[in-house]
Design a protein around this ligand. Structure first.
Ligand code: ATP
Length: 414
């Protein structure tokens, strides 16, 4: 076990001073109430890996909501309470700190959400997914900085292993299958052999999980730095096929995710762009099935459908003889993400050129003359106005006219 002063130093090194002061204050407050407070989960794992993680999860052996209320009063933080789960979130100086009462979970049936009861820290750690996530650090003044590691998480960090806590772990909750692959690829670890064996054995259990929960896991994956690594691994193990047999996490996908990042830099690519690439080669039936299984929200659904709509027109776009105005009319109304997805996914150079032309230039073009201008020029009110405006717009898209005078020259009021 690491020496307590060791972890105190890591905390000081990896967390900002005001956050350290906050958790120390929280530890003293809990202590004064006769409760024990701990830092838990991902932040402990990352402190031991010498990485900064500012998602602070605290667990108290006691009443999390009461403690959070007192803390937010003392520190003037904004608090959000979830009575049902006995948890609270404190937003304080731009930090977000989650506080939960230690709990014990049991599963009525595989894949169901667990039944939750108050419990000890030890109960709370034993419900967790992997050993490296099942560690805690004491925050009470008496044991501040002390690592609590009942399952050998620190050893597994050293051995770079993703290791379950018990043999039924993936049966109780098979979202842990996706989580395991995510941690393995993010940290460049390996699934410990027995964990890998049971993970493979329990892949059919993914059928017990609701589409909403799987969607959450997929979103987490798409928020990783290199989601394609997780998707490749999921493909290799047959986990991706469980989502949709036609999905592929192969080299093609890896080649497309890198330009997606470049197109989105400096921020991460939005989930919609990644998902549009992942589902690019599905047919409409497969795509619709996936959209409804994952219950994708409207905006994401539109991105995937727009992407497919553009893909259906890709051969028309690959014709080098079509005019810019025709490109415009093929692509107008589609979202930027779906246009970008096609730009990245298509292997047809002329189609790509046309998509680029639309994204960089055509979609920003507007005619100068308005309907009012036309009426002032003597065009009678009615459908002819729209006709002329369309003609002017196409002429402008095709570069045949450039100035207001050019436009006026094209208007024949009669
Ligand atoms: P990340 O670095 O991806 O945020 P995290 O470890 O903070 O990882 P969260 O999803 O925020 O992950 O979950 C917090 C903690 O809750 C995890 O560290 C893990 O101990 C536990 N946990 C989350 N989901 C599960 C699950 N399905 N089964 C068991 N434990 C879980």
């Amino acid at each position: 076990m690491a020496k307590s002063d060791n972890l105190t130093r890591k905390i000081d090194k990896r967390l900002p001073g005001e956050l350290v002061a906050f958790i120390q204050h929280a530890g003293r407050l809990a202590d004064s109430k006769g409760e024990r407070l701990y830092l838990v989960g991902g932040v402990v794992r990352d402190l031991l890996l010498d990485k900064t993680n500012l998602d602070i999860d605290l667990v108290v052996e006691g009443d999390a909501i009461a403690l959070a209320r007192e803390l937010s009063d003392d520190e003037a933080g904004k608090i959000t309470i979830h009575k049902r789960f006995n948890t609270a979130k404190i937003n304080w100086h731009g930090w977000s700190i989650d506080l939960a009462s230690a709990r014990k979970e049991s599963y009525a049936r595989p894949g169901a959400l667990p039944t939750v009861k108050p419990g000890s820290l030890s109960d709370d750690l034993c419900r967790r997914d992997f050993t490296i996530n099942a560690m805690a650090i004491g925050l009470n003044p008496g044991g501040y900085g002390r690592l609590i590691d009942p399952y050998g998480g620190q050893k597994d960090l050293g051995g770079r292993m993703i290791h379950f806590l018990h043999q039924k772990s993936f049966i109780d909750d098979s979202t842990r299958i996706w989580r395991g692959l995510r941690y393995e690829q993010r940290l460049d670890f390996q699934l410990e052999p027995e964990t890998l064996r049971l993970l493979k054995r329990d892949i059919p259990m993914l059928d017990t999980i609701s589409g909403d929960r799987i969607r959450y896991e997929i979103e987490c994956i798409l928020n990783e730095e290199f989601p394609e690594k997780v998707l490749r691994r999921a493909d290799e193990l047959g986990v991706l096929a469980k989502l949709e047999p036609a999905l592929k996490g192969n080299g093609w996908l890896a080649k497309k995710f890198q330009p997606a990042r470049e197109a989105s830099s400096p921020s991460r690519p939005p989930a919609g762009l990644y998902l549009a690439l992942l589902t690019y080669n599905l047919n409409s039936e497969q795509r619709d099935k996936l959209i409804s299984y994952l219950r994708l929200p409207g905006a994401l659904t539109k991105t995937l459908q727009d992407t497919a709509g553009i893909k259906d027109k890709i051969l028309q776009l690959a014709d080098s003889k079509i005019k810019p105005s025709a490109v415009y009319h093929l692509l107008e109304g589609y979202s930027t993400q779906s246009l970008t997805a096609n730009l990245i996914a298509s292997d047809l150079p002329i189609a790509r050129q046309h998509l680029r032309l639309y994204l960089d230039k055509l979609r920003t073009i507007k005619p100068i003359l308005t309907g009012n201008d036309l009426m002032k020029m003597g065009v009678p009110q009615g459908p002819r106005i729209k006709e002329i405006l369309n003609r002017l717009f196409d002429a402008r898209l095709d570069g045949r006219i450039k100035t207001r005078q050019d436009e006026e020259g094209l208007v024949k009021p009669g």
